[in-house]
Design a protein around this ligand. Structure first.
Ligand SMILES: [Zn+2]
Length: 139
């Protein structure tokens, strides 16, 4: 298996069925990004793009993906960073890191949705106060 050290960005509307190695396919409309695992095992790696998932930054040298790609769900368990079109290899994940990674992910999701729920709550409260004021005035 040939480990890659470079990846380029390809913006698409739909992610194609057949992926080329060394290409990070990004569909902003669908908040999706997909690439073939950089270790050369040929398996697809999905890194959804969004506030609780991955962030993509396009540089002149290539894409940067934040956070790192940890394929602990694949047999190869490869782990790498994508920085300005380069693939920086990191150590394979230990079972402890896998657990920590899963927990961090869950925490990110929880924090995001709790924050959103709070914001929505305050908007409703404001609207309710406004409506109550209207009725007070009518009396
Ligand atoms: Zn792999």
């Amino acid at each position: 298996m040939q480990k890659l050290n470079k990846i380029k960005l390809l913006r698409v509307h739909y992610i194609p069925k057949m992926l080329e190695p060394g290409v990070l396919y990004v569909s902003e409309e669908f908040g999706a990004a997909l690439h073939l695992c950089a270790c050369g095992c040929g398996l697809k790696v999905s890194t959804p793009i969004g506030p609780t998932d991955w962030a993509i930054e396009e540089t002149t040298a290539g894409p940067t993906l934040e956070p790192s790609v940890g394929n602990w769900q694949l047999p190869c368990k490869s782990h790498y960073f994508i920085r300005a079109g380069r693939i920086m290899w990191a150590d394979a994940w230990t079972p402890e890191q896998i657990t920590a990674g899963r927990q961090a992910e869950e925490q990110r999701h929880r924090a995001y949705f709790e924050n959103r729920a709070r914001q929505r709550g305050s908007v409703l409260q404001r609207a309710w106060r406004w409506i109550k004021n209207l009725f007070d005035m009518d009396r």
